[in-house]
Design a protein around this ligand. Sequence first.
Ligand code: ADP
Length: 446
Amino acid sequence: MNERFARIRVVYPGLVRLAVLGAVVLGVDYFFGDRAALWFALISFTALLAFHYFYLAVLGAWLENPSLESVPEGSGTWSEVFARLYKTRRTSELNESRLAESEQRFRRTISALPEGIVLVDGQLQIEWCNPVAERHLGISLRADLGLRLTNLVRDPSFVAYLTSASFDNPLMLRPLANPAIALSVQVIEFESVRSIVLTRDITQSERVDAVRRDFVANVSHELRTPLTVVKGFLETLLDGRPPLDPTRERHLQLMLEQANRMSRLVDDLLLLSRLESQETVLAEEDVDVGQLLRELAEEARTLSSQRHAISVEAAPLWIRGSREELRSAFSNLVTNAIRYTSAGGRIWLRWRADGEGAVFEVEDTGIGVAPEHIPRLTERFYRVDKSRSRETGGTGLGLAIVKHVLLRHDARLDVTSELGRGSVFAARFPRTRLITAPDKERLRAA
Ligand code: ADP
């Protein structure tokens, strides 16, 4: 209804003018004859047309630069048209300024965040970043807009992380541009063609972590010597002549067992702090995992002393990494299978290729783990049943060691288990870590 009135309001002055002109033409015809009326009509319609063309030209010129201040004034129909243009323009300018203001507020808010934020497109070209990100990564929005982030921050681990397909875990980075700070870098993918690179300063927590690690490593190290001395004397006393009375011998035996347990704990703590330390560089050896598996199976058979049936399946696949670390991780999985499987149970050790790369699998028909415990098994000293763990000589650090070794080899631990039926502990390695046996032969030849 309103729209129809609005339309009438625009054409109304024009219609009135036309009606007046028609009446005048009729009047001229009545008083001065047809010829005069024809001329009069021709001249006045031409003038009307010129009037409209003039304002059309004014409108065209304004549209070239449609600012609010320069909206023209018109007469008749055109005054109504220009009034409306003015109103529409004012509303849209108001909306634009509101939008710009809210965008500004949004950017100010993001800029005030303590995290660095870089918005990149599918080619990793910088679309926007906040000042914190500029400081963290040594980039500049003004100078580097549109440039590839990986061309500006050239740390190999950063480039590898950004170009990888998996962003489940953040990257710990000491940027070459600013090695005094430690950054946690996380990529968040959104809109399928854009990503946010989030940087967080973790220098302080890294320092606290390093202090804790050093403390544990130092204490463990300092405990080693006294423990060796105590163990040595206990062994000498137990070996002593003449034979000890049975009670004393039992006491000394118990003391030796506990000293051995402590010694294993100290060794595991030292190994863990070594694995955690950034300074320990991962050895890049060619490891024949099949061979390693056969050695571990032998040890497992000795440990099991015929109580379990142990089978081995090993593919001829090699891995690039540290043989010593892998041995320690796999050995933990194998001894756990024996310790948590009752006599008469079965254990399978498998090393085979799978869709992602290769998998080292230890399956047992043991006591199993309830689902609520599975996510916490790799925490230090997390045990489902403390007394069983201690009875079987566990330190509570085995799976934490496994997790760290695997992390250093870009691998992960998958646990599937059913209470009372058994478990599968699978270490999954990516294809990038694999060297197949024929490759190995070629490497030797080269
Ligand atoms: P622990 O020295 O106590 O065995 P680990 O870190 O090796 O420490 O293992 C953590 C816990 O995970 C164990 O205490 C045990 O409860 C559980 N666990 C590990 N391996 C197995 C397995 N094969 N079957 C059942 N439970 C297991």
